[in-house]
Design a protein around this ligand. Structure first.
Ligand SMILES: *Cc1c(COP(=O)(O)O)cnc(C)c1O
Length: 411
């Protein structure tokens, strides 16, 4: 059995090719932050970028900044930065709206490209917002949503399916779909695939182009570190863009917004998917966070992510063997995203007690403790410290404190 101590973890940190990235983030001293999959940490350069945008561009430039500061081009520009992280080309990704709204738009757009078919297929375990909004998008297109367990997806895929909607990396377990294989299977029956990349982008290498993916949406505030409520993104494969119809057309997706024409004429390409005025300050924050990403080698990120998640699983199994945890995330590295989920009947209390020991993770009902590993700012010693403090919580039975008997609204 491999064993490692804290000094061994520190050795690994000294050899880590991504070690220098940590100093580009503002992480509170002593805090082990294992929730970057829910809200990514603050990049230091974001503070200066937002300050410039607020004081200089908004305060000084005022309305002139729409052109002079390039505000209007941000959705495309930031989209092109994200494209590099998901294996897409320039002009295939656009930023704006929340993930939920983006999902609505791409699912509806996909349905319109498969008129005559009336089914959106997804899995029962999909994130609830995906289920809600896909159901609404389907109904608005006179189609319906069918959710089946993951094991039945491939059998259910048939020539009545217009769109297969899947979250690439499962938010609860971190289990990852094989994007190429699933996309090919859907294409064989003539369906389009919409991928939700919320727990993939910045967490695992994504190759939308190579996988032949059709459409996708994903989140800006998780591993991308774009800040609370950061805008999300949409991807539409270049080859599909001629048939693209934005189901929520607005003036800024018009080919000539300032012509104030009464009829919608879509802008060329993915820009037609813009609906209203872009959230400039949020886009500035996301853009600067992406500049950090663009200096990182995704293969190195993936290698470190797997090291951190393996280390965490190993330490939990060695040091908390009798605590009653079940590892809910896949053991095979190729099927695991950048998180480890542990099942425990006192999971809520464990996560709360850990927070009091400066380890931030989160809890997902009914029994899942979720630990996210953001390789740009986490060290191996952080993993060691997290498990060490987990042992302390369990030894002291701190998680059984009656204060944790009632769950907070945000877990
Ligand atoms: C986080 C997440 C979302 C977020 O949706 P918002 O509209 O940005 O709140 C959507 N889908 C999945 C799978 C997520 O994990």
């Amino acid at each position: 059995m491999t064993t490692i101590d804290r000094e061994g973890c520190a050795d690994r940190d000294r050899a880590d090719p991504l070690a220098a990235f940590r100093s580009r983030f503002a992480i509170p001293d002593g805090l082990v932050y294992l929730d970057g999959n829910s809200l990514g940490a603050l990049p230091r350069e974001t503070m200066a970028s937002v300050e410039t945008a607020v004081a200089g561009e908004w305060g000084g430039g005022l309305v002139r900044s729409w052109s002079s500061a390039g505000w209007m081009t941000l959705p495309v520009l930031v989209g092109d930065k994200i494209a590099r992280l998901v294996g897409a080309g320039p002009g295939e990704v656009i930023v704006g709206d929340s993930t939920t709204v983006c999902l609505y738009k791409v699912v509806r757009a996909a349905l319109a490209m498969r008129a005559g078919r009336h089914l959106v297929l997804t899995e029962t375990e999909n994130f609830h917002t995906d289920l809600y909004v896909a159901d609404a998008a389907a109904r608005d297109a006179e189609a319906s949503l069918l959710a089946v367990p993951r094991a039945e997806l491939m059998n259910r895929l048939g020539d009545d399916v217009a769109v297969l909607l899947l979250t690439h990396v499962d938010y609860r377990t971190g289990e990852m779909h094989d994007m190429s294989a699933v996309t090919s299977a859907a294409h064989e029956v003539g369906a389009l695939v919409v991928w939700d990349l919320s727990h993939s982008v910045g967490a695992v290498p994504v190759a939308l182009g190579a996988a032949g993916a059709d459409l996708a949406a994903g989140c800006g505030y998780k591993y991308l570190n774009g800040g609370p409520g950061a805008p999300a993104f949409m991807y539409v494969r270049g080859g599909l863009q001629d048939d693209l119809i934005n189901p929520l057309p607005g003036w800024l997706g018009h080919s000539d917004p300032f012509a104030f024409e009464p009829r919608f004429r879509p802008a060329a390409g993915i820009r037609s998917m813009v609906t209203g005025t872009p959230p400039v300050l949020q886009l500035v924050a996301l853009s600067s966070a992406l500049d950090v990403w663009l200096d990182a080698d995704m293969a190195a990120v993936r290698a470190k992510s797997l090291e951190l998640t393996e280390l965490f699983i190993m330490l939990v199994e060695q040091r908390c063997a009798r605590a009653g945890f079940s590892v809910l995330s896949p053991r095979e590295p190729s099927r695991r995203g950048s998180q480890v989920s542990l099942g425990h009947r006192d999971g809520y209390g464990i996560v709360q007690a850990l927070a009091e020991h400066d380890v931030v993770a989160d809890f997902r009902a009914p029994d899942t403790c979720r630990f996210g590993f953001a390789p740009l700012y986490l060290r191996h010693v952080d993993v060691w410290d997290a498990v060490d403090r987990l042992c302390t919580v369990l030894d002291q039975r701190a998680h059984l404190d009656p204060r944790f008997a009632v769950r907070a609204a945000i877990t």
